[in-house]
Design a protein around this ligand. Structure first.
Ligand code: NAD
Length: 251
């Protein structure tokens, strides 16, 4: 029986690319999406995964910033595929773009709740199932999507940078806590990747952004899906941050 992978924010962008890669790797894929308007997109991603890779999918609407919604998501997964959850990809994320005087507490609390607390909720809920069936030979993996913003500062993104640095700290601590128990926890810290997050940026600005990247171009979603595949296969890698960023930040 195929093992199960859950990915949050699976409707588009990096999440959709990683969901497809999980299907290609043979997992049954649970795609969580947030807004009603994302339902059709998520259904299309799920249909493509089933058709191309012959695995099963489940789509669940859940606002992962809320613990009860994460409970609903994990329960729906267990009801449909049983308790062999092998992979959790915490990917859902949002940004503000605001200076620290004008930003409101509601705005930055939402970023922290979506980008950091949701990762905590989902990991807290999924780990007991992983602990039950993981072994050295049959490992479980948590892949947390951070950002270069978690490695360095970005102007007008203090809340985002704090959430993404928090994800790295959490991942390292959990990697230690579950080392030797067949559960690996790693981060991907993408640089600039062409997704809806860059919507609203015009071509001149995109060119200017690309010029700041040593490799000279903005990355693609497949660069992040490839990094996830590497981490899922890399049995001796835990507590690490892989940063596909074209040389933009060097750790
Ligand atoms: P995106 O805006 O295209 O996708 C974000 C996804 O998160 C969407 O599917 C959205 O529905 C989901 N989401 C948002 N809030 C949610 C909530 N409360 N509950 C459930 N789902 C929710 O952006 P993306 O570029 O694909 O970003 C994916 C991840 O990658 C994010 O964590 C982002 O911070 C990170 N990242 C992106 C870039 C980039 O350049 N695109 C760079 C670094 C890090």
């Amino acid at each position: 029986m195929a093992h199960t992978a859950i990915i949050t924010g699976g409707s588009r962008g990096l999440g959709a690319a990683m969901a497809k890669k999980l299907g290609e790797m043979g997992y049954n894929v649970v795609l969580a999406f947030h807004s009603a308007s994302s339902q059709k997109l998520t259904e299309e991603v799920a249909a493509e995964i089933e058709e191309k890779y012959g695995v099963e999918t489940l789509i669940v609407r859940a606002d992962v910033s809320m613990f009860e919604e994460c409970e609903k998501l994990v329960q729906a997964t267990i009801d449909r595929f049983g308790d062999k959850v092998s992979v959790l990809v915490n990917n859902a994320g949002i940004t503000n773009n605001c200076n620290w005087i004008d930003i409101t507490p509601d705005q930055y609390q939402r970023v922290i709740a979506t980008n950091l607390l949701s990762f905590m909720h989902m990991t807290h809920l999924v780990l007991p199932y992983m602990v039950n069936h993981s072994s050295k030979e049959d490992q479980c993996n948590i892949v947390n999507i951070s950002s270069v913003g978690g490695l360095t500062g970005v102007i007008n993104q203090a809340d985002y940078c704090a959430s993404k640095a928090g994800v790295i700290g959490m991942s390292r601590a959990l990697a230690l806590e579950y080392a030797g128990k067949g559960i690996r926890v790693n981060c991907i810290a993408p640089g600039m990747i062409m997704t809806d997050m860059l919507r609203g940026v015009n071509q001149d600005e995109l060119n200017a952004l690309a010029a700041t990247i040593p490799e000279g171009y903005i990355g693609g979603v497949e660069d992040i899906a490839d990094a996830m595949e590497y981490l899922l296969n890399a049995n001796y890698v835990t507590g690490q941050v892989v940063s596909p960023n074209g040389g933009f930040v060097m750790q």
